[in-house]
Ligand binder design. Structure first.
Ligand SMILES: [Zn+2]
Length: 70
């Protein structure tokens, strides 16, 4: 689920909100002071599992020897 960490630019209150569409972030208001200026801190949805399938690229090749062939 896309849970975003948000921070109010008016009072600095940080809170989490479940946002289905990123455009909804601009419609959110601070639950503490009601300020309309809410900034996106980071998406917990995107952290952690960002690099997929990056292993197994550096195995010792068998055809890397050069020279000695005359
Ligand atoms: Zn606020």
């Amino acid at each position: 689920m896309p849970i975003y960490e948000l921070r109010c630019e008016s009072c600095g209150h940080e809170f989490e909100e479940l946002v289905f569409r990123r455009s909804e972030v601009e419609k959110l208001a601070c639950p503490k002071c009601g300020g309309p200026k809410v900034g996106l801190l980071l998406s917990a949805f995107a952290t952690g599992a960002s690099s997929k399938g990056s292993s197994g690229a550096s195995t010792g090749g068998s055809c890397g020897s050069s020279g000695g062939f005359s």
